[in-house]
Design a protein around this ligand. Structure first.
Ligand code: SF4
Ligand code: FES
Length: 320
């Protein structure tokens, strides 16, 4: 049983504005109620800072119920803190012990720039959704809910993918700052259902191209995203995204729709590091994505190599 109040020391990231160097500030906090949520603890710290005439700590939050995906920062090196399958707003101070030193930082990712302190700009995720995370419907009365029967197993998989709240923890924890888990969840929730099939090819190509253009990295199967996802979105969805992307590239004439407005923003944002996707140089929509394109190009090279090897082997065998 935990004690009712604890004393802790916060090491909080403070950064005035985007582009500033930033620093950790040490703030001793005494008499923290163990039953407070982490965000309530930050609220009390802010009240004290304001009374002292200091700048309160900026952090994002809204529903405080694990629904909206607005909250999020890295606590002791783990996005959303030490509890599995839980958002930061659901984390409680009883998880910490008296005397703990707690490090609190914003999401760190090339595509998310720090706005202030613990707040980051997660609008790149919105831009990926704008590229194809929807179904186009004609206006008119709502169709009967039972008009298209969907097997329970398929509906469950689509619902599991749809649990993604767009918090960005998967990006923050990935060593490549990849948004593949997020994109795969959004592609899967529609691709699995008949309503999402007509636009499936264009959706996969456009969302992956937009993800690349916004300087998110590529997936190299670390699985860190799945480990920290508060909604336990499975990396099985990434395999589905790869299949959808491959099908779209090989067996469809779907075009990539990339908002040209993204290009100048990409060039400002991205300082590509080794192995990172490069921002497109022209303002024209790009026809190929980088990460998905890599998968596709790699697959074609391997298949061509195997084909040539088989041909040589057959030719040699006919001589011997
Ligand atoms: S996949 Fe999980 S971690 Fe990533 S944005 Fe969605 S809910 Fe957050
Ligand atoms: S504030 Fe909405 S999920 Fe945390």
């Amino acid at each position: 049983m935990s004690t009712d109040t604890i004393n802790i020391t916060l090491k909080v990231w403070r950064q005035e504005r985007p582009g500033d160097k930033g620093r950790f500030e040490t703030i001793p906090v005494s008499g923290v109620d163990s039953h407070m949520s982490f965000l309530e603890m930050l609220d009390t710290v802010n009240e004290k800072l304001i009374l002292e005439g200091k700048d309160p700590i900026a952090f994002d939050n809204d529903c405080r119920e694990g629904i909206c995906g607005t909250c999020g920062c890295v606590v002791d090196g783990i996005p959303h803190g030490p509890n599995k399958a839980m958002t930061l707003c659901q984390l409680h101070m009883r998880k910490f012990a008296d005397g703990d030193v707690i490090a609190v930082e914003p999401w760190r990712a090339r595509a998310f720039k720090v706005v202030k302190d613990l707040m980051v700009d997660r609008s790149p995720l919105d831009k990926i959704i704008q590229a194809g995370g929807y179904v186009s419907v004609n206006t008119g009365s709502a169709p009967d809910a039972n008009a298209i029967p969907i097997p329970m197993e398929v509906a469950e998989k689509a619902m599991d993918a749809a649990a993604c709240i767009g918090c960005g923890a998967c990006v923050a924890t990935c060593p490549n700052a990849s948004a593949m888990l997020f994109v795969s969840a959004k592609v899967s929730q529609l691709a699995l259902l008949p309503q999402g099939r007509p636009e499936a090819a264009q959706r996969a190509l456009s969302m992956v191209a937009t993800m690349d253009a916004l300087a998110f990295g590529n997936c190299t199967n670390h699985k860190a995203c799945e480990a920290v996802c508060p909604k336990e979105v499975s990396i099985v969805n990434i395999a589905r995204l790869n299949r959808e992307f491959f099908k779209a590239g090989v067996a469809s004439d779907a075009e990539v729709h990339l908002n040209p407005a993204l290009v100048p923003e990409t060039e400002k944002r991205a300082k590509p590091t080794a192995g990172a996707p490069k921002a497109p140089k022209s303002s024209k929509p790009v026809a190929k994505s980088t990460s998905g394109g890599m998968v596709l190009t790699g697959s074609i090279y391997i298949l061509t190599f195997l084909f040539v090897l088989g041909f040589i082997w057959q030719s040699l065998a006919s001589f011997l």
